[in-house]
Design a protein around this ligand. Structure first.
Ligand code: F6P
Length: 341
């Protein structure tokens, strides 16, 4: 068989582990040929690819990023995108494509699959917001990075008796904020799923100071918003790909809290550091398992589907189901965290 692999959308620790696993399983165990498209769907649309053999993937397991490069370009962005992709699949004699990506990539995968292309998807995102899989690789690494940063920030916040508002990634969901905030013992967590009231938040942080504590850490998912009318808020806009360009929750919250509490407040934006660097062992293992199962699905001819983790098993789910909804933080999970803030 001839299989094409690509990584698309925001990068994520563990992508290289999937590529490596696909090549090992396909080339060594099945005698397949594997090619990798450069920079996501862009590589497929421009027929820009490289041959992937064992040498090509040697030494990449622990490396962050993606050896194939990534972009946010999607077939739907071009008038003839789907036709072009189909043409190149035919020209290259591909029996299957394995796109590795998040919400946007999986939607593109579904579009191409509906047009008749043989696709098996692999989900990835540090945001952990793909509903049909219990976990996505990259999340564990991102939570670890954010937790370590929060631990470090506590000591400087304490030295200066400050309120630090730490912005973590999470456009639509607050999983990184929830988990890192719980793990590091933050004092308040705000997430997109649960618009906050600025007076309630200020009161909560203020109580801490009244109780004699000298500092406070607020973790804010970048997509968190105040309750309508609760404070003036600049939501920002969208980039050329339709992705949110947030105006900055941490900066806005720091100004509001400083004014209400009379305490020095500072915004800290963790940003892309959460996506960079070495994946954790957990993420490497999950990514490797996804790669293995994606190749098996290709050999079974199980197209239009995606790998997913359910409990400890890897299962296949339909791409249609995978892109239906996002996995948001449920109220009871927030309550568990709130109890220890
Ligand atoms: O989708 C994953 C994600 O990490 C989001 O949490 C974040 O908003 C976005 O990527 C940032 O991506 P970019 O690389 O386009 O700035």
């Amino acid at each position: 068989m001839r299989i094409g692999v690509l990584t698309s959308g925001g990068d994520c620790p563990g992508l290289n582990a999937v590529i490596r696993s696909v090549v090992h399983r396909a080339v060594v165990d099945h005698g397949d040929e594997v090619i990798g498209f450069r920079d996501g769907w862009k590589g497929l649309l421009e027929c820009d690819y490289l041959k992937l053999d064992l040498d090509a993937v040697s030494g990449i397991l622990a490396r962050g990023g993606t050896m194939l490069g990534s972009s946010r370009v999607q077939p739907a962005h071009l008038r003839d995108g789907v036709e072009r992709a189909r043409g190149h699949v035919e020209e290259l004699g591909l029996d299957a494509i394995i796109p590795i990506g998040g919400e946007g990539t999986l939607k593109a995968a579904r579009l191409l699959s509906d047009s008749g292309l043989p696709i098996v998807g692999v989900p990835k995102t540090i945001d952990n917001d793909i509903a049909v899989t219990d976990v996505t690789f990259g999340f564990d690494t991102a939570v670890g990075v954010a937790t370590e940063a929060l631990d470090r920030l506590k000591t400087t916040a304490e030295s200066h008796q400050r309120v630090l508002i730490v912005e973590v990634m999470g456009r639509h969901t607050g999983w990184i904020a929830l988990h890192s905030g719980m793990a590091a013992g933050a004092h308040a967590i705000v997430v997109p799923e649960r618009p906050f009231d600025i007076e309630e938040l200020a009161a909560k942080v203020g109580e801490r100071f009244s109780a004699g504590k000298k500092f406070a850490i607020v973790v804010a998912a970048e997509g968190a918003k105040p309750r309508a009318g609760s404070m003036d808020f600049d939501e920002g806009g969208k980039d050329v790909y339709g992705h949110e360009r947030f105006a900055g929750i941490a900066r806005q919250l720091s100004l509001e809290l400083e004014e209400r509490l009379g305490k020095e407040a500072r915004p800290v934006i963790l940003g892309h550091v959460q996506r960079g660097g070495t994946p954790t062992a957990y993420d490497r293992v999950l990514a490797t398992r996804f790669g293995w199962h994606a190749v098996e699905a290709v050999h079974r001819g199980e197209f239009g589907r995606m790998t997913a983790l359910r409990g400890t098993d890897i299962v296949m789910v339909s791409l249609a189901e995978a892109v239906e909804t996002l996995k948001t933080v449920p109220e009871d999970r927030y309550a568990e965290a709130e109890c220890v803030l």
